[in-house]
Design a protein around this ligand. Structure first.
Ligand SMILES: Cc1ncc(COP(=O)(O)O)c(C=O)c1O
Length: 413
């Protein structure tokens, strides 16, 4: 007999990220009309990983270093990461509190599952990377959204106002996808104080740490390095994907704040992945030596930002240059179109692909019994589109020119 009140698996109420819709539309368009498409929708940089990284991987595989390893990752790599976190980020992270993960995406998902308590709420930025929302919902956390100021930086007062007695976790992402907001030390200190006052844990997603332009990147965990591990609250998440363009390697790491959370995370990882891939971790060891490539990649993305994006600021479509990262949210509302309509017309008439902003500001709704209603794009980023500025400079300049031209054409239509 059918259940009188059919309930659906939580995962079936959460759509795939709307980013994939843009990927799919662009791929379809390329199949019909190969070539000529300017792709500003995807954060795949124009540069690739250094050769030494591929060599590290190949030598490990050829040398038979291909067996199961510790669930937290290769000790040698964790040692090297510990040194990097100490010297670059100012984070004091013992190797037994480090987890090497298949991409930081899996590290984030595992961390949220390790922190989730029944009925707990997580604070997310009102304009967010949709995967953070998916992960929170899958972990059984209830998302609550905090406001951003005109530079898209988290507003501590809005965070205080959004929180409830059920709030347990504050998620921060600096430099941010999709807004490019970079949080300075003052803001991080205020946010840390607030979290400490309220006994929240902080999840700090620092995937774009290497692309800090307006000010140096600050790791919020550095603010608590003098505390005992049992008193710390910042869990920091990093990746090899961005700084060295190792997106397909799938390699990231998490510095867990407290030993108690490590216990849970070990179980989550054992049950999800058994262990991260061994040869890829040897590639990671080589990557940690590639300081010159990292500096060159920083310079490349910065030049794109400084040389091309001012045209959007001058046209009144971008409030200011993004402080960091490699994405910007462009306000196309002067065209009179929604971000979705604009993106569709831009691809159809200008051969440029961007992502509509509505996929970055969806608000889930819950029924009285707590079940998640089907989730749809929408919200405050509806008049914006996201562009990636890590791509080839000429393609970027042409894409930006065509965005400005389309807004102007529509404005006067
Ligand atoms: C904010 C943010 N965090 C994490 C990730 C995950 O990257 P990866 O899983 O490749 O480490 C991404 C990728 O786009 C991202 O934009």
């Amino acid at each position: 007999m059918a259940h009188p009140n059919p309930v659906f698996p939580v995962a079936s109420s959460i759509p795939a990220s709307w980013l994939y819709n843009s990927f799919r539309l662009a791929a379809e368009r390329e199949r019909r009309m190969p070539g000529g498409l300017i792709k500003l929708h995807v954060g795949e940089p124009a540069f690739g990983p250094p050769e030494s990284v591929a060599r590290g991987l190949a030598e490990a595989a050829l040398g038979g270093r291909t067996r199961y390893i510790d669930v937290q990752g290769l000790l040698e790599l964790r040692e090297a990461i510990r040194v990097k976190l100490d010297t670059v980020n100012g984070i004091d992270a013992p190797v037994d509190q480090l987890f090497v993960t298949p991409g930081s995406c899996q590290g984030l998902a595992a961390l949220l599952r390790s922190l989730a308590e029944p009925g707990a709420e997580i604070l997310l930025p009102e304009i967010h990377w949709p995967v953070h929302l998916q992960q929170a919902l899958l972990a059984g956390l209830r998302p609550v959204f905090y406001g951003l100021d005109e530079t898209y930086a988290p507003d501590p007062e809005s965070i205080r106002a959004a929180a409830t007695a059920h709030t347990r976790i504050l998620l921060l992402n600096s430099p941010a996808n999709p807004t490019g907001a970079l949080l300075g030390r003052d803001t991080q200190e205020r946010l840390y104080q607030l979290a400490a006052e309220q006994s929240w844990q902080i999840v700090s997603d620092e995937a774009y740490e290497d692309f800090d332009f307006a000010a140096p990147h600050v790791s919020i965990a550095a603010l608590e390095r003098d505390l005992l591990p049992s008193e710390r609250r910042v869990h920091s998440v990093f990746t090899f994907s961005k700084g060295l363009a190792m997106t397909g390697y799938r390699l990231g790491y998490v510095a867990v704040a407290r030993p108690q959370v490590c216990e849970a995370m070990r179980m989550v990882q054992e049950s999800s992945i058994i262990a991260p891939s061994a040869p890829i971790q040897y590639a990671g060891l080589s990557a940690l030596q590639a300081g010159e490539a990292l500096a060159a990649n920083h310079k490349f993305v910065r030049a794109n930002r400084d040389n091309v994006l001012p045209a959007l600021v001058d046209a009144g479509l971008l409030p200011a240059l993004p402080g960091g990262g490699w994405y910007a949210m462009v306000d196309v509302s002067p065209s009179g179109l929604t971000g979705e309509e604009f993106a569709a017309e831009l691809m159809r008439t200008e051969d440029v692909v961007v992502v509509p902003g509505s996929g970055f500001s969806a608000r889930p709704e819950f029924g009285a019994d707590g079940t998640l209603r089907p989730l749809h794009p929408g919200g405050i980023a509806g008049g914006l589109v996201r562009i990636a500025f890590c791509v080839d400079p000429e393609q970027l300049a042409t894409g930006v020119e065509r965005i400005v031209a389309l807004v102007d054409r529509k404005r006067t239509d």
